[in-house]
Design a protein around this ligand. Structure first.
Ligand code: PLP
Length: 385
């Protein structure tokens, strides 16, 4: 057999998927590992998708997506995110996943470095590796309220650094970067002439704090913004997201999009159009469900004396299990699944800084969530000296 690409085989696997695949083969598991909204898709969105299928809207679309969807996304970005964009800057992608890949493809050469949050979403590490580039983790830890330390970032910059990925609200942490922090990060990017790739897929879910898009105050066109319909509209399997780029990149993006996916599934684009232009009650209902689930889960963890990070956004709880995980939380999460029948994502799947922590997805029924947390090992009472 001829040899395979070393690059392909060097891409790290997802530690969340690993747990999920084991859980799928087991009966009666309480599933809290995967970031899957548990809300139903709004009827008008499903109807739009069905109408598209039934009227045979199944041809290729423009590489960048159907014009009404690009217009609607651009209008929403101007109205809600304060981003001064034209529709021609908006590319409709198969989820944020491909938007991230396109953004990284646009800015990285082999061997280039991209600063990625640690802990951070798994794709932030996987996608640069697919491009023979190097993800360089920057720590988000309890010592700084899980916010980036710009002085530490400075020390990570080398002649090869090309970009920084910023994810607020954060998966897995649920932290939301306040505007001054985002401004500091943009100033840092500017000082070193870096691209700032802003992943905002959880923008619809913040708890008592505003979501801010760095592109709203980007005077230098250095922010590439990634959004998604997956979490906001519970449309994960429809695969629709978007990437906002500076003007003038049509040619290169058309080529990339053509060679990777050609275009997003046409009925899914119609579903996304209905979602973004139609009533937003389902989004508000989902937000209230996640918010109240997180509050109930936090109250239970308080009662159990288990440490966690108070979430400000997204629908995850970042829970400290270092009292039980013995320095190998990936192994512990697997045992916890096999013995307690609860799947959670081991923190180490999101980077070295996640060791000793787990991510619990609160986009679940209240009963499942509380029952799953109730099976966590208690913190042992400290032994008197
Ligand atoms: C931070 C973050 N970015 C991107 C994605 C990918 O989302 P999509 O379904 O839009 O590809 C996810 C999915 O969990 C995520 O958590």
């Amino acid at each position: 057999m001829p040899s395979f690409s070393r690059t392909a085989f060097a891409v790290p696997g997802s530690g969340i998927r690993r747990i999920h695949e084991i859980a799928l083969r087991m009966p009666d598991v309480l599933p809290l590992a995967v970031g899957e909204p548990d809300r139903a898709v709004a009827p008008h969105v499903l109807e739009a998708a069905s109408r598209a299928w039934l009227s045979d809207e199944t041809d290729y679309t423009a590489n960048a997506g159907i014009a009404p969807l690009r217009d609607a996304i651009a209008a929403k970005l101007r109205r809600v995110n304060g981003m001064p964009v034209d529709a021609e800057q908006v590319w409709v992608t198969p989820g944020a996943t491909e938007a991230l890949y396109l953004a990284l493809s646009l800015v990285l050469e082999p061997g280039d470095e991209v600063l990625v949050p640690d802990p951070g979403y798994t794709t932030f590490t996987m996608a640069p590796r697919m491009l023979s580039a190097v993800p360089v983790p920057y720590r988000l830890d309890s010592a700084r309220a899980f916010l980036p330390d710009v002085a530490a970032l400075e020390s990570l910059v080398t002649a090869r650094t090309r970009a920084i990925i910023v994810n607020s609200p954060s998966n897995p942490l649920g932290v939301v970067f306040p505007e001054p922090v985002l401004r500091e990060l943009l100033a840092f990017a500017s000082r070193h002439d870096l691209w700032l790739i802003s992943d905002e897929v959880y923008e619809a879910f913040t708890w008592g704090v505003p979501h801010v898009s760095p592109a709203s105050f980007d005077a230098e066109d250095r922010v590439l913004t990634v959004h998604s319909f997956s979490k906001t509209y519970a449309l994960t399997g429809a695969r629709v997201g978007s990437l906002v780029v500076p003007s003038g990149l049509d040619g290169v993006l058309r080529t990339y999009q053509e060679a990777i996916v050609s275009c997003v599934n046409t009925p899914a684009q119609h579903a996304a159009l209905a979602a973004i232009t139609g009533p937003q009650d389902a989004v508000a209902e989902a937000a209230e469900h996640y918010r109240s689930n997180l509050a109930a889960a936090s109250a239970l963890l308080d009662e159990l004396g288990i440490r966690y990070l108070e979430p400000r956004g997204a629908f995850y709880l970042w829970v400290d299990v270092s009292h039980a995980s013995g320095g190998d939380v990936a192994h512990w999460a697997e045992r916890f699944l096999l013995e307690q029948r609860v799947s959670v994502a081991p923190g180490s799947a999101f980077g070295a800084a996640g060791e000793g922590w787990i991510r619990v997805c609160a986009a679940a029924s209240r009963e499942t969530l509380l029952a799953g947390l109730g099976r966590l090992p208690r913190v042992p009472a400290s032994v008197p000296a």
